[in-house]
Design a protein around this ligand. Sequence first.
Ligand code: SF4
Length: 486
Amino acid sequence: MNSWEALSEIRRRVGEEEGVLRSPAALRVALCHPASYAVAMSSLGFQAIYREIHLHPGAAAERAFLPDRPAEYRNNRLPVFTYEGERPLSDYAVVAFSIAWELEITGLFEMLDLCGIPLICRERGARHPLIVAGGPLTCSNPAILAPFVDLIVLGEGEETIHELLDAAASMGREEMLEHLAGRPGFHVPEVSSGFGPPGRVDDARLPASSQILTPNTVLRSMFLVEPERGCSRTCRYCVMRCGAGGGMRVVPADRVWAKIPEAARRVGLVGAAVTDHPDIRPLIRRIVDSGREVGVSSLRADRLDPELVGLLVRGGYRTLTTASDGASQRMRDLAGRNIDELHLLRAAELARGAGIERLRLYMMIGFPGETDDDIGELIRLCGELARVLPLSLSVSPFVAKKHTPLDGAPFENVRVLDRRLTAIRAGLKGKADLRPGSTRWAWVEYMLSQGTETAGLAALDAWRGGGGIGAWRKAFAARGCMPRET
Ligand code: SF4
């Protein structure tokens, strides 16, 4: 791959996008997502910040993503180019990353390094861009980012981004960082002591919605809009339960509807608890009555009824996805997951009755105190569900997150988790399609989600050491990050 080929791929993708924003603004921000284009462009938060930057007088955002094949870029000494500007990140005064979760930290290393930008903030100087990080990770554990970024935008960024842009346009770097260090919603690792609460935008700014539609994403030309933000439920493992919003903020259905462009043929309703929206049924009905397909990001089993499932089928649903999370009722109760197996069985029956072809169920194993009996209950329940409808079962290990009641809970021993996955596979053989998450990568996620700046530095060591599991183990050990496994 050479520059021409890299830029040709970017131009092809941009050529298939609708809604790209361009302006001759003086302050140009490289807005980066350390994930592939297909994943990143499915992020509503990323798209919302892109639009906000363009709404700011005198500012423009130019997007960049983790290349699909970073090794080819490295071997050919290619930098990461922005999509709108076709310039390397090192050409920008401000490079801002939206980071969704812990393991994306290596994408940040990769993108900066490909552009010759030193990864550690203290190794950068005035000729280097200001590196900013925001996104969902800042609601759980921004500490791991601290050694690498000059500024962290905490929590919801649609308002703080304007304050940042004002400061960037009117102040020198040092003055700007000193100023923002004292402002709510910002953290300057070199100046601030401790993290303040995450930012929360005024409800009048909601709903967030897509700016760019493209067929080249996971969600294929789906217009995304957020009918609610946050969640009023109290699952003990979930960051959203007590996130920036401290509960669910509902957007009136008319305001959501008004955001949907006439031309959008597929509409995704995105949020932590969309089916808890009081007017979700009339809203979906309006969407499907207009001849559009619909997608809903979070179907709660206890909110499903024949009307809602029927609407989803009319909106193109063939697979119904919901979550149990705990392996057994005892584990669901421990996790504060306020559903029981009757909700799940009823969901499967409703789905079958409406003509849905498959049930996809998310489970978590490894909650504190889980035993083989809990796994036995999972196998029994999934067997019953599979008798109602073909079942795909995604099982991932529980990872304790900061700012949740289960913060600090240990990570289950990887060998125990693997043994339980083997038992689930054997117990459901021929009955369900099992999609297990990686226990080893969940352990890495755990070490980062519970870690401090030192864990962030260990991530850098691991990435430099090749990024395999062995490199991560070695890096955490060398930095003295002690695993807490049961
Ligand atoms: S897991 Fe889902 S339902 Fe539970 S608090 Fe989080 S977003 Fe709400």
